[in-house]
Design a protein around this ligand. Structure first.
Ligand SMILES: [Zn+2]
Length: 457
């Protein structure tokens, strides 16, 4: 058993995970409404599920780990007893295959080549090699500064117009110009959209200068995470970065190294980026030389999918999805001597809610007119991968799904007064959310930081 203070004490450790930090604001459900507490929900059964899921025995539920499998077995047992029907591919399970990539940094090097002279870059200090793109073992190509590196046809915006990037590696400032609305900017910064453009213009790699004005986590933490394995879905249809040979992320404190001799400074570029102003485009008098070695392993896990049939003959063929991620980030750098990242809040809290609501639906079946699909996804902390797989391969007919309410990271230690809803105005559910929240005395706010690309349509 893990006492509440112990679990809460570990939340700090979660902040090492970029995804976890992102999702902290994804849905901010600060507590339990008083009216709910006084009627039929005291939170105890919900909390009991969290205690199981966040127990040290489950070792932080890393994707594909023994701990995640134990959490899945627990969820299946609980939902079975709540009367949920299997709705996966293999019973309750929808198997998902991943490839895991870990950089072997001692066998890697990065250098800038200027007039035939080689200037080595310090890995971790100056820059890191991303494994989100599978790097080619050796790359040597000229660099060109391409602004934000975006092409947005809807806004007639093109960072590549008149810029020759064929066979080159583009250097960009992370972010987008203010003329591109947040949702479009998020869409075109996804790996798939970005590489659709980069392939078309013939670029072979990307060097991203982190934008000091919009860094989610400090460079020290980016650097600390660099040797952690990254994961991707192991299916050709999800290979979004085909043609990419290298991806590098640069410490803004060292970004000037890339601009020496270009006639521009990083200070100038960063100042423009801070205000989301247009950026210049210019060739750089340097090439990037990279040698990389990556250890690749296969990982298997699964999404869990359950059905609670609806009661209305006309509506029961429609599904409302209630989803949460069962995985967390496993075991990592110790915090106060504790290496297990329990993930009570992220997203033991949301997974427990799915389990708890299933039991509650069973007690009031007549209230549930549509069918409910309970989906406990895997690989969320690795980049929303289980969700991505399910969205591409739903286990029920796609058009029968009318909504998905995804929950992540409750913070039940203060009264619920504010609900952050990503995608609030992207569907006709927004108005319903507002009405229901208002009835509970809860304020609703849309994504307060749309430029962080948490929600892409
Ligand atoms: Zn989460």
């Amino acid at each position: 058993m893990v006492p509440l203070p112990a679990i809460l004490g570990r939340f700090g450790g979660l902040m090492k995970s970029r995804t976890a930090r992102f999702l902290l604001v994804a849905i901010l459900l600060c507590g339990i409404p008083a009216s709910a507490q006084s009627t039929h929900f005291d939170g105890q059964t919900w909390w009991n599920h969290i205690k199981v899921l966040a127990d040290d025995k489950l070792e932080g539920r890393d994707t594909g780990s023994r701990g995640e499998r134990a959490a899945q077995a627990y969820a299946v047992e609980q939902l079975k007893s709540a009367g949920a029907e299997p709705a996966g591919v293999d019973g309750y399970y929808q198997p998902v295959k991943f490839v895991s990539r870990q950089i072997i940094e001692k066998d890697c090097s990065l250098a800038l080549v200027r007039d035939g002279r080689r200037e080595p870059l310090a890995l971790g200090e100056d820059a890191i090699i991303s494994t989100r793109i599978m790097p080619a073992p050796e790359v040597d190509a000229p660099l060109v500064f391409a602004g934000y590196g975006l092409k947005v046809p809807e806004k007639n915006y093109d960072d590549f117009a008149g810029v020759d990037v064929r066979g080159k590696i583009i250097v960009i400032l992370a972010g987008s110009p203010s003329e591109i609305p947040g949702a479009l900017a998020s869409h075109y910064q996804t790996a798939a959209e970005r590489w659709n453009v980069l392939r078309a213009v013939g670029a072979i790699g990307i060097v991203s200068l982190m934008n000091p004005a919009s860094m989610d986590i400090p460079w020290s933490r980016v650097s600390l995470n660099r040797t952690h394995p990254s994961m991707d879905l192991d299916y050709p249809e999800f290979n979004e970065t085909e043609g990419a040979k290298i991806g590098v992320t640069v410490n803004p404190a060292k970004a000037e190294k890339f601009l020496v001799g270009s006639g521009h400074t990083f200070e100038e570029i960063a100042a423009l980026g801070k205000d989301r102003k247009p950026l210049p485009h210019f060739p750089l008098p340097i090439a990037l030389e990279a040698k990389t070695r990556v250890d690749v392993t296969n990982v298997e896990s699964a999404n869990l999918v359950f059905r609670l049939p609806g009661s209305d003959p006309g509506l029961k063929n429609e599904y409302v999805v209630l989803s949460a991620h069962l995985d967390h980030i496993g075991i990592g750098e110790p915090i106060n001597g504790d290496r297990i990242y329990n993930g009570a809040m992220d997203d033991g809290s949301g997974s427990a809610l799915v389990l708890d609501m299933a039991a509650s639906f069973r007690k009031n079946p007549e209230k549930q007119r549509r069918s409910i699909l309970l989906v406990l996804v895997t690989g969320e902390e690795k980049g929303l991968l289980g969700s991505k797989y399910f969205a591409a391969h739903p286990t029920v007919e796609r058009k029968s799904i009318v909504a998905d309410v995804n929950v992540d990271m409750f913070l039940p230690i203060v009264p619920l007064k504010l609900l952050t809803v990503l995608g609030l105005d992207d569907s006709d559910l927004g108005e319903r959310v507002r009405q229901i929240a208002q009835a509970q005395g809860v304020r609703v706010q849309p994504d307060p930081e749309p430029l962080r690309n948490l929600f892409c349509t």
